[in-house]
Ligand binder design. Structure first.
Ligand code: C2E
Ligand code: MG
Ligand code: MG
Ligand code: MG
Length: 279
């Protein structure tokens, strides 16, 4: 019955429907199938301590392994998951799968206690009534050290209920989970809001890193973010470091950590494990 209605719905829309909407709907159908058929994969990208050049953790990045199209990057589908509420299902899967992987690396003795595994959390996941409970359940079930977990949120979290977001973050903080602000410097929020969030880390958006060696303004912004973080007692990760020059400049500005193709691109769990073994 539901299916027939869906068909009618699509037929009804078809006449006036823009290509973008039609594409969105097709993608949504394909994503529902991807969830059922377990087509998602997790990639891991190393984070590196700038002082000693060693791995300090990893960011978990989702990929869609499409049966015909191959590996699809998240920018192609995360927004569709977000607008269709499927993000809650997929987000929970990401968190659980990442925790099982972490538990395995801990058991193998290759995950050090001060490493962080960083998981992107969509603002919409925060609005799920059972978000915190779901996270707590997975942490208990997998037995991972919660202090090794870091949730990456964006400044846009404040467009929903700020007080509610703070409350949820506090609860997760109490479990030991850390928070970072992803793509820092590109959102719509003011520092006044950011200040209220219980955050441990700022991730400098890669657009600032990209041009910092040639554009004085970008270098100033990066410099300012690093200094501000230091004064506020926050850790910093520079995103998207691709060249030696960028790394050297970041080092001279006192940036403590970085992530980027220069050290290594995101890879499979096995590929990242090789980096852990070499660390
Ligand atoms: P993000 O969280 O800012 O992740 C960093 C992005 O920069 C990743 O893109 C990564 O592959 C890319 N990157 C890393 N180093 C470099 C570099 O040196 N140069 C350049 N040009 N890019 C670099 P990716 O994997 O395509 O992910 C894109 C975005 O999708 C992420 O941006 C994040 O916002 C979102 N995303 C990824 N996985 C998840 C997830 O599991 N859940 C949610 N909610 N969002 C996710
Ligand atoms: Mg991120
Ligand atoms: Mg980012
Ligand atoms: Mg991003």
């Amino acid at each position: 019955h539901a299916k027939a209605q869906g068909r009618n719905g699509i037929a009804f829309y078809k006449q006036g429907m823009s290509d973008a909407v039609s594409r969105q709907l097709k993608l949504e159908v394909a994503l529902r199938k991807a969830i059922e058929e377990r087509q998602f994969r997790l990639y891991y990208q190393a984070q590196v301590n700038i002082d000693n050049g060693r791995v300090s953790g990893a960011e978990v990045l989702i990929r869609w392994n499409h049966p015909e199209l191959g590996i699809i990057a998240p920018d192609e589908f995360i927004s569709v998951l977000e607008s269709s509420a499927l993000i809650s299902i997929v987000g929970q899967w990401v968190f659980e799968t990442a925790c099982y992987q972490l538990a395995q690396w801990v058991a193998e003795g290759i995950w050090k206690d001060d490493y962080h595994l960083c998981i992107n959390i969509s603002p919409r996941q925060f609005r799920d009534a059972d978000f915190t409970a779901g996270i707590e359940r997975v942490v208990k079930k997998t037995g991972v050290p919660a202090h090794c977990l870091e949730m990456e949120i964006t400044e846009n979290i404040v467009i929903y209920d700020l007080d509610k977001a703070i409350e949820i973050m506090r609860d997760l903080h109490d479990l030991g989970i850390r928070f970072s602000i992803d793509d820092f410097g590109t959102g719509y929020s003011s520092l006044r809001y950011i200040k209220r969030l219980p955050v441990n880390v700022l991730k400098i958006d890669r657009t600032f890193i990209q041009d910092m060696c040639t554009e004085k303004d970008d270098a100033s912004i990066v410099d300012t973010i690093i200094a501000m973080a230091r004064h506020m007692g926050l850790d910093v990760v520079a995103e998207g470091v691709e060249t030696k020059d960028q790394l050297e400049l970041l080092k001279s500005l006192g940036c403590p950590n970085y992530q980027g193709y220069y050290f290594s691109p995101p890879g499979t769990a096995d590929e990242f494990k090789q980096l852990l073994l070499a660390a």
